[in-house]
Ligand binder design. Structure first.
Ligand SMILES: [Zn+2]
Length: 327
């Protein structure tokens, strides 16, 4: 049930975006230029633009966003599909041959995109551990110490493994979640050694810093679901993605990535089986066909039915059926 109704419509220009090197307007010409996402043209005839309604985009869009590669190509592909985040700032393009009038231009800094993606990726990963009740996984991020001094609970993103912590503005170092001098009111609510509540408190605190709603929150009638809903107006795509994330947590939504095409989809209790692995029937049968073809190929190479079954994580009987049937 959707008891919230995100209110926001936005346009994606039909001719898309590009990266332009430039500098913040308050910085001198000696500073290093960096890429800004800008509209390809300032052609304003909007009838070709793609219009999105926040209420109609999948609730899994924020998960799609966390998969965006933090490269210029990856971000450009997402922006051409869903539009800018709404974090544009004026900048001075480096190239002198820019023909667009009305300089300085507006653009979304590359570093800002990277930071939004990586932060949301780190936090969704933490939320996945909470949803799975993976206490061992959480214990790699949340640490209690009280051997040498006051009881302190710390969070670290990195788990000691190399990761994307080098992207500017994202948390890679350890942060103190609670101690007698920092959020003592949290500390008293947690049982010593517990990792679940500290993780949830941290999640909420981080997400809160990214939540921005516009004025106009009110209750309204949802005609499709025939129930009252809470209308939440947001102002940018970025705000919508963070609002989706927050709403997914409080509504305990679960998402999964299709095994065939990689699309995120929501697992809806009652509507779709929660053990669903594919976004659609088409993707389900496609993977089935691919596996059959793979089995036949391996069979042709002289692999035994047992070997093929192991390789494809299937059973001997199924593989026998596949390799003996006509193609
Ligand atoms: Zn799929």
């Amino acid at each position: 049930m959707d008891s919230t109704w995100f209110c926001f419509t936005w346009d994606v220009p039909a001719d898309g975006y590009r990266w332009l090197p430039g500098r913040p307007i308050n910085q001198g010409p000696r500073s290093k230029p960096s890429p800004y996402l800008t509209r390809l043209t300032t052609y304003t005839d909007s009838f070709l633009n793609r219009r999105y309604d926040a209420h109609q985009v999948p609730r899994s869009l924020f998960r799609t966003f966390t998969d965006v590669p933090t490269t210029e190509e990856g971000i450009l592909a997402f922006a051409n599909e869903y539009g800018g985040l709404g974090v544009a700032e004026p900048f001075q393009p480096k190239v002198s041959d820019v023909t667009v009038v009305g300089e300085p231009l507006q653009g979304e800094p590359f570093a800002r995109w990277q930071q939004e993606i990586v932060t949301m990726r780190q936090l969704t990963a933490l939320w996945d551990l909470c949803q799975k009740k993976d206490l061992e996984g959480l214990a790699r991020h949340i640490r209690w110490t009280d051997d040498h001094g006051p009881r302190t609970v710390r969070y670290s993103h990195s788990c000691g493994e190399p990761d994307e912590g080098e992207v500017a503005g994202t948390s890679s170092d350890e942060v103190v979640l609670a101690s007698p001098s920092h959020h003592p009111e949290w500390l008293v609510q947690w049982s010593p050694g517990d990792v679940m509540l500290p993780a949830l408190f941290y999640l909420a605190d981080e997400i809160n810093q990214h939540l921005h709603f516009r004025e106009g929150m009110r209750m309204m009638w949802n005609p499709t679901q025939k129930q009252l809903a809470l209308r939440l107006p947001v102002g940018t795509l970025r705000d919508l993605l963070w609002a989706q994330f927050a709403e997914a947590i409080v509504s305990e939504r679960s998402f999964r990535k299709c095994r065939t095409c990689g699309t995120w989809f929501e697992l809806m209790p009652g509507l779709a089986r929660t053990n669903r692995l594919f976004c659609s029937e088409g993707c389900r049968s496609k993977l089935y066909r691919t596996r059959q073809e793979e089995a036949r190929r391996l069979h042709g190479e002289g692999k035994s039915v047992k070997e093929i079954a192991q390789h494809l994580e299937s059973d001997v009987r199924t593989i026998k059926g596949w390799v003996s049937s006509k193609q």
